[in-house]
Design a protein around this ligand. Structure first.
Ligand SMILES: [Zn+2]
Length: 81
């Protein structure tokens, strides 16, 4: 998948940013709990084609995201006006 293309993709339901799961070949929206399939390199951005994620998957993905950011190097970000 092209990273620039991925950056442009948003959830058609909530317009939220999607998370690319390379192993599963899915684009996941954690707001809606949906995983959009990528078929032959082309994201299928149709809610009726999306897979409803299990609660466990959502929890796993969110914890994975927070732990991946543990080495943050912008401590002043919270004071951003
Ligand atoms: Zn969404």
């Amino acid at each position: 998948m092209d990273k620039e293309l991925l950056a442009m993709l948003v959830c058609p339901l909530c317009n939220g940013k999607l998370k690319y799961d390379r192993d599963a070949q899915e684009l996941r929206c954690h707001y809606d709990g949906l995983a959009y399939p990528i078929q032959e390199g082309i994201p299928v951005m149709l809610p009726e084609e999306a897979r409803v994620m299990d609660v466990d998957e959502k929890l796993h993905s969110s914890s994975e995201r927070s732990s991946g950011r543990s080495s943050g190097r912008s401590p002043g970000r919270s004071g951003d006006a």
